[in-house]
Each structure stands twice: as structure tokens, then as C-alpha cells.
Design a protein around this ligand. Structure first.
Ligand code: TMP
Length: 223
């Protein structure tokens, strides 16, 4: 399984993905928790450039190419090998973030994003994607409050400094993506408390990890 978590700034996905890792490890699964941009040393160096609020001159084309460069490294160095070893990969953001942020919100051509997706992601799409959905004003408030507790050099807030309509476009972008692939996406109402949100996620995960009747039959045939 390759499971991704997506959503606007401050939606709480990092908290939920860590809880899910703990839950799955306790059930005996081999789990890799990773994130984008980043996940490997080279991709983390690219991340630093992308989230640095002093990089104001970065043009949208440079931005999107850096996201896909970090994704190529992350896929080949970590995600693909982990999946080949039968691990569950949990990833905090993935390709849908590029489609929502660089596509829907920045306004880059869908053709360009499709070409980059085909070039970099190829068949390595997630099996399941949670969108932690909440109003942009609320997410941004949380993200801004969290950033205020950090030292300026640790803030990673290049995107948090975008205007509210940018974040609304990101949110709508995710919801549009979910409409196009309803079998992959699950929209979770993230404007609730941590435990309520997690209960919904666990319900879905338990359902997906339950062996199908064919798999159960195959296992009992082997015995
Ligand atoms: P994070 O705050 O969730 O770690 O993500 C870092 C920022 O990068 C966040 O503002 C969302 C943005 N982002 C994109 O714009 N495109 C992408 O493809 C990814 C993965 C993240």
C-alpha cells in the first residue's frame, strides 16, 4: 500500500499520519513514514530552497521543476524500494500537492503538470489518498500560530505568506482532484478534534487492509 495525506497548510495531516504509523506498527505492519518535498538527503536539500520565504524571486516554472526533481529522487531512492520490500508507505504530501498548489492555485498549465506526472510518477501512484479538508482561513490561522512559535530560520513559510485566495484555490483544487478519482480519494472533515478525525481514518484503513474473500480463500487453500 502507498497511502498519501494531502490538504492545505495547518490541516493537521502530520499529526494524523504519525498516529497512523503508530497504529499500523502496533498491528505488526512494516511501515515507512516519509514526506514531500523531502524524504531523502538530496530531496531535503531541495525542500530547503522551496520553503525558504526569502526566495521571493522564484518563478513558478522553477518551483514546479524543483518539486518534481525532489519527487524523482524520493521515489527512486525510497518509495519504490520500500514498496518492493512489501512495506506500507505513508507519505505526507505527494503529487496531488503539485496539482493543487502549482496547478490549481499558481495557474500552471494542466498539460505541463500531466507531462511531469507522467515523466516522474509513472505508475507509482498512491492506492489511497486522504484529503484533510477544512476552510482555508482556519488552516492558515493554525499554520501562522505554529510558525510564530518557531525561530525565523525554522519557519518554512514561503507558502503561508500567500494571500487567502491562494489557499482557497489549493483547497478547491484538492476537492476537484477527488471528484476525478473518487476510488482513490477519501475526504475527511479536518475541522474537528484529533481523535474524531483519527477514528475516521482508522475505519477506512481497517476496511482497506482487510483481506478480500479471494485472498482469504487463497490463504486457507494453502493451509
Ligand atoms: P509541508 O508544509 O506540508 O511540509 O509542505 C511544504 C510546502 O510545500 C507546503 O506549503 C505545500 C508545498 N507543496 C507544493 O506547493 N507542491 C508540492 O508538490 C508539495 C509536495 C508541497
Amino acid at each position: 500500500m502507498f497511502i498519501t495525506f494531502e490538504g492545505i497548510e495547518g490541516c493537521g495531516k502530520s499529526t494524523q499520519i504519525k498516529k497512523l504509523k503508530k497504529y499500523l506498527v502496533a498491528k505488526g505492519y512494516d511501515v515507512v513514514l516519509t514526506r514531500e518535498p523531502g524524504g531523502t538527503p538530496i530531496a531535503d536539500k531541495i525542500r530547503k530552497i522551496l520553503v525558504d520565504a526569502t526566495n521571493k524571486e522564484m518563478v513558478p516554472l522553477t518551483e514546479v521543476l524543483l518539486y518534481y526533481a525532489s519527487r524523482a529522487q524520493h521515489l527512486h531512492e525510497l518509495i519504490i524500494p520500500a514498496r518492493q520490500q512489501g512495506k506500507i508507505v505513508l507519505c505526507d504530501r505527494f503529487n496531488d500537492s503539485s496539482l493543487a498548489y502549482q496547478g490549481y492555485a499558481r495557474g500552471l498549465e494542466p498539460k505541463l503538470l500531466s507531462a511531469l506526472t507522467e515523466l516522474v510518477v509513472t505508475q507509482n501512484k498512491p492506492n489511497l489518498t486522504f484529503i484533510l479538508d477544512m476552510p482555508a482561513t482556519e488552516g492558515l490561522k493554525r499554520a501562522t500560530n505554529r510558525a510564530a512559535t518557531l525561530k525565523p530560520e525554522d519557519r518554512e513559510d514561503r507558502f503561508e505568506q500567500e494571500a487567502i485566495h491562494f489557499h482557497e484555490a489549493v483547497r478547491n483544487g484538492f476537492l476537484e482532484l477527488a471528484k476525478k478519482e473518487p476510488e482513490r480519494f477519501v475526504i475527511i472533515n479536518a475541522a474537528r478534534n484529533i481523535e474524531e478525525i483519527f477514528a475516521d481514518i482508522v475505519n477506512i484503513i481497517d476496511m482497506k487492509l482487510r483481506p478480500t474473500s479471494d485472498e482469504r480463500r487463497a490463504t486457507s487453500d494453502k493451509k
